[in-house]
Design a protein around this ligand. Structure first.
Ligand code: TMP
Length: 205
């Protein structure tokens, strides 16, 4: 049986990576085969592109940035995501195309129509079965992210950028209420994980 494709999203500092690690452990303890991966990245070429994309000393045109995100994604789908789904794995992916709509579309201002063309071209109909957006105000996200490490090219952006990214995510969620679920990530880890469990368990049924 084909596996399930779950993507986790949110602005930097939303706690997505912590929740993804927790979710992976949850699936493993239930003996479900999982493939844990991330974007940009997930393949040797994708990880090289990720390093370029996050390097804050590497300026690039907003459309170059968009195309590199989709180039990494093309490789990722073909080498990792599709084979994992075909062998029945649960694919847990830290970010996917909703991030491009939020960051490059909302944050940078790349036209939505261009992103839709690339989405269709690169994904050829592939969509996650479930996307969870960890939503929280950018001021809280920035304070959390800033405590962890030196900011990369995206984390170095200002609060107005992150307000647009958040609005981009909320717009995506509104347009696809079946696939995309929002979780209020400003609450405690335990409260967030309780919501998370309800959402993923629904997929298991
Ligand atoms: P991460 O730190 O959550 O792994 O994500 C890396 C950064 O890349 C994050 O700041 C969001 C950004 N990003 C985009 O701008 N567009 C995309 O399509 C993806 C997947 C990530």
């Amino acid at each position: 049986m084909r596996g399930k494709f779950i993507t986790l999203e949110g602005i930097d500092g939303a706690g997505k990576s912590t929740h993804l690690a927790w979710l992976a452990t949850h699936f493993r303890t239930r003996n479900l085969p999982i493939c844990q991966t991330r974007e940009p990245g997930g393949t040797p070429l994708g990880e090289k592109l990720r390093a370029l994309l996050l390097d804050k000393d590497q300026p690039m045109h907003l459309e170059t940035e968009t195309l590199l995100m989709f180039a990494a994604r093309r490789e990722h789908i073909q080498q990792v995501i599709e084979p994992a789904l075909a062998r029945g794995d649960w694919v847990l992916c830290d970010r996917f195309t909703d991030a491009t709509f939020a960051y490059q579309g909302g944050g940078r201002g790349v036209a939505c129509e261009k992103l839709e063309i690339l989405e269709q071209w690169v994904q050829d109909g592939l969509q996650p079965d479930l996307t969870i957006i960890f939503d929280l105000p950018p001021a809280i996200g920035r304070a959390r992210a800033g405590r962890i490490k030196i900011p990369d090219r995206f984390e170095a952006e200002n609060e107005a950028f992150y307000e647009r990214v958040r609005a981009g995510y909320l717009g995506r969620a509104k347009n696809d209420v079946k696939r995309i679920r929002l979780i209020d990530a400003s609450r405690s880890i335990a409260e967030v994980q309780a919501d998370l469990l309800v959402l993923v368990d629904r997929l298991c049924q």
